[in-house]
Design a binder for this molecule. Structure first.
Ligand code: COA
Length: 195
């Protein structure tokens, strides 16, 4: 199922009227034109190997957060696919009753609108499924993600001090000591968006 299209050069929230599913994502945009179109759709069984490779390339085959370890490939995903059929981004999520967790989110090329399109799509899916909250965990070094999510309405709702330090010791020793901008990675930050 096609969930959304995004346009990197100024028409990122445009729509194709011909695709009825778009109205579920951006109901206030009835028409648009395509420039370097990107498609957002749900992962299918045929995507298994490509998504596994994408997650591995982004060091996300296993995710440790809140004291537990999980494998994103075991969970549903939304894929952003470019005109050539190449994966431009992957968002994995966990739907759990009234809340939906964004487990992983990566864009192959940053600042092209991919992350925005994927978050819009999961937000729509979660709302339709009856979720009241969309949330995620990121790490203290990830200032790009902190900007990205806050600019999209997410609030900082919890600080789990030294949670990464604990995960590194007991769950996932391969977690780097140092992250973006040379910042020591120690803490988990929880961000939430009420739906
Ligand atoms: C964080 C991340 C997912 C964001 O995805 P992204 O595709 O880069 O995000 P977008 O391009 O949709 O939006 C980012 C910014 O670029 C801007 N932008 C988008 N297209 C643009 C364009 N063509 N020209 C200039 N700016 C553009 C957006 O307006 C946005 O700016 P804003 O934050 O000031 O609103 C991505 O940077 C990433 O993969 N990071 C590494 C992994 C990670 O940290 N994941 C999140 C951890 S939970």
């Amino acid at each position: 199922m096609i969930l959304a299209r995004s346009w990197p050069h100024g028409l990122r929230t445009g729509l194709l009227a011909a695709d009825a599913d778009f109205s579920r994502i951006w109901p206030n945009h009835a028409a648009g034109r395509i420039i370097d179109a990107m498609l957002v759709r749900e992962r299918t069984a045929a995507d298994h190997d490509a998504v596994a490779a994408f997650l591995a390339a982004n060091d996300s085959s296993r995710v440790a957060r809140l004291g537990t370890l999980c494998e994103p490939l075991d969970h549903p995903a939304l894929l952003a696919v470019d005109d050539a059929g190449t994966l431009a981004g992957v968002l994995t999520y966990v739907m759990d009753g009234t809340a939906c967790e964004i487990l992983t989110l990566h864009a192959t090329r940053q600042w092209q609108g991919t992350g925005t399109a994927l978050v819009a799509a999961v937000r729509s899916l979660a709302g339709e499924a009856g979720c009241r909250r969309l949330w995620l965990i990121t790490t203290n070094d990830n200032v790009d993600a902190l900007r990205f999510y806050q600019r999209r309405g997410f609030r900082l709702t919890a600080l789990h001090s030294d949670a990464v330090t604990a995960s590194r010791q007991s769950l996932k020793p391969e977690i780097s000591e140092t992250g973006a901008h040379g910042i020591p990675i120690r803490d988990e930050l929880e961000l939430s968006l009420l739906l």
